[in-house]
Design a protein around this ligand. Structure first.
Ligand code: PLP
Length: 355
């Protein structure tokens, strides 16, 4: 039976990415060697790294003056690397979920953190608005898509100080005005590549302003100067990321992705709102296009396990909500076909009809 992959991360990737990476693991660039056993300094791999950086810039329309870096360590390492490189005395954070909280915890190791607003009291079921960004902070940090709770900031906000965004789970899902950000970063395993590579888009002129000494490997400038080749980069995930970038380009780029993502999300949210058994968990205006969270209405709560089993029998994989929220979460990343959302909606209708 066909599986419908709704995992939140690592998550569905284009077949194009999987097949080309599998082929390169057997024979990379006609070298008669595996992608896993070649030097990252071979001219064939240097070409992969260069093309990945160039396509990243092209697809996101990144202006002059920014660098794209690929590192290991995940988005979680960035939580510390950002304040290490950018914060002298004070930074500001918007607390919209578990990942934001982790970022705040790390920033506190380096100075004063002004949490400008939080929606924690209501389990992060909306994006706070109407907050004031302190102009004496070195940067303002946001999480554009809250993977666990299913809220998303889909507008590029105006910010009087350098804006830093964790876009782990919505990068390449919509066009972004990169010029509004000082830095955009994320783990690649949600919408781009297998786990193991972290992408960082950084405005060159925000670096070099802190007083502390920065260890070489934790200094963005090191990796910018060496084109992400200061040490051995995660070769296989970078190759896979390049395949996804090519797939994005061949499929109309990010604007076309956004259109498809809006259609997919609308299909599922409409069913959640219509179906007598289910209800969404977050404020309507903040609903994520990438992670769609819903629960069973109070009076049908005891059907939750049954629906999970029913959906599983229909080929749905990964729809269990995060343990801190419960219920269901369907992640609808770029590579998820509309057909899979249709199958989930059909299962919800069929289950409703029999209850
Ligand atoms: C998954 C995720 C992270 C953590 O990424 P790692 O690469 O596992 O460290 C951070 N932020 C967001 C928004 C995420 O979805």
């Amino acid at each position: 039976m066909k599986k419908h992959n709704f995992y939140a991360g690592p998550s569905i990737l284009p077949q194009y990415t999987i097949e080309n990476t599998a082929a390169a693991i057997k024979d990379f660039a006609g070298m008669g060697l595996s992608l896993m056993e070649i030097s990252h300094r071979s001219k064939q791999f240097v070409a992969v790294m260069d093309e990945a950086q160039a396509l990243f810039k092209e697809l996101l329309d990144i202006p002059e003056g920014y660098s794209v870096v690929f590192l290991g360590g995940g988005a979680s390492t960035q939580f510390a690397m950002i304040p290490y490189n950018l914060m002298n005395k004070k930074s500001a954070y918007l607390n919209t979920g578990a990942w934001a909280k982790k970022a705040i915890k790390e920033a506190k190791l380096f100075g004063e953190v002004d949490v400008v607003a939080t929606s924690e009291k209501t389990t992060f079921n909306y994006i706070p608005k109407g907050y004031t960004i302190p102009t004496d902070a070195d940067y303002f940090h946001i999480t554009t898509n809250n993977t666990i709770y299913g809220t998303e900031i889909r507008k590029d906000i105006d910010c009087p100080i350098p804006l830093v965004a964790d876009m782990s789970s919505d990068i390449f899902s919509r066009p972004v005005d990169v010029s509004k950000y000082a830095m955009i970063y994320g783990g690649a395993q949600k919408n781009l590549a297998p786990a193991g590579v972290t992408f960082i888009i950084v405005k060159n002129d925000i670096l070099g302003k802190v007083d502390r000494a920065i260890p070489t490997m934790l200094n963005y400038q090191t990796h910018i100067d060496k084109g992400s080749m200061f040490n051995t980069p995660p070769v296989v995930p970078v190759y896979a990321a390049l395949q996804t970038l090519k797939w994005l380009k061949d499929n109309g780029g990010i604007a076309a992705m956004e259109k498809k993502n809006i259609e997919k999300a609308r299909l599922l949210y409409d069913e959640i709102d219509r179906n007598k058994l289910f209800v969404g968990t977050v404020a309507e205006e903040d609903r994520s296009l990438m992670n769609i969270c819903f629960i069973m209405k109070e009076e049908y709560k005891d059907l939750e396990a049954d629906f999970f089993d029913f959906a599983t029998s229909k080929g749905m994989v990964g729809i269990k909500g995060h343990r801190s929220v419960g219920g269901f979460r369907a992640s609808t990343y770029n590579a998820l076909p509309k057909e899979s959302v249709g199958a989930l909606v059909a299962a919800m209708k069929e289950f409703e009809n029999s209850h």
